[in-house]
Design a protein around this ligand. Sequence first.
Ligand SMILES: [Zn+2]
Length: 406
Amino acid sequence: MLIVKPHDNNLKLRVISSVFIVSIMLLSTTISSSNPQQIYQGSDPCDSISELQFNATKANQSVSWQTSLGYRLPGSDASAELRQSITENLTEWSFTESSHQRANFTLTNLVGTYSPENTTGQNVIFVAHYDSRYIADRDDNESKRNQPILGANDGASGVAVLIELGRIIPSLQINHDVTLFFTDAEDQGQPYKANTWSYGADAWVSNLTNDYQTNISAYIVIDMIGDIYLDFTRVTSTSDRLWETITPIAAALGMIDGELDCDGNNGQDIYNPDPNDARGVIDDHVAAHNAGIPAINLIDINYGENAPSFGGHWHTQNDTADKVSSQSLNYIGSILEIGLRTSAWTLVNEISNEESVNNTGNINSNSDNSADLDDVAKSDLIGYLAIIIVSTVLLLILIADISLKR
Ligand SMILES: [Zn+2]
């Protein structure tokens, strides 16, 4: 047992604890410099706005065609016909279907993957539900409330945008994977019962492997985006960092009031990027967000002219193809196409130097960035040296202490 004088103990304790705190601080600096945070890359949306290929007329035709199939209820012939059409038309994609038993039906998720030869392995996922709702429970006409809806906006609009993106993506020369996720049984829920919605997205998220999940850089849901009177805000249970990638693209397209578009004109009030105005929505983004996947949802919950939130044509017999416009589909399709063209959803390591994120789409493409990487290596070295010095000082204190006691 060691006996130390109280005064000595106090002083020594202070010295040793100070040294300890300093060494912990240096250690954490070293650790953070060797594991830089990942940020979204992205380049100027206006550089690619003239190259857009998204064909909104085709997307709008798809909305009409989908509603002509009838009600796309889980397990229905219409549902199977829609899946078959998607897989037969997007020949450069590889598709898998997975079925799950939920409530009183069998749902089928459809997942298409496009993986270019030079893929980095990062995976951007676009999500839309392809089922239509089994009841028009918000219809003004009580006698219609137990009948299904056609879901032109609520279902078909998002699917139409995904199909059109699927057609053009193989020609965009991107260097990462893209997944088109057509979820089933999003819209078969019961009012005020949160766990009866989004069964398909839930089932998919709960069956992900760690490796697959790690590679997902963005999970972007689109739902009810065909309204002629398009306007949307952020929604809750989503990634702020991912929303921030949408703002410059929407501004470039003239969708934000108070921001200039690429031609220098003030934008329209279509997208409100203010985080304080985020709305609570239960949809296919929730399960992914809860699993730690960066997720957002582009959704217009005011369906129809001057419609209040969750009012208008939402979940009524009026959700028909004539309420959807190709112009609105074009806005959303263009956001997603520009995002891909500008690598908006590709993650890169954050480097302290402001020049780290350039517009070329490749962090190793010029000498400035090599210098940045050298800086990281240097700061690592400084951290290690600091630890060696602190350890030496601690050792000297111990040696001095032992000598004093002799
Ligand atoms: Zn719905």
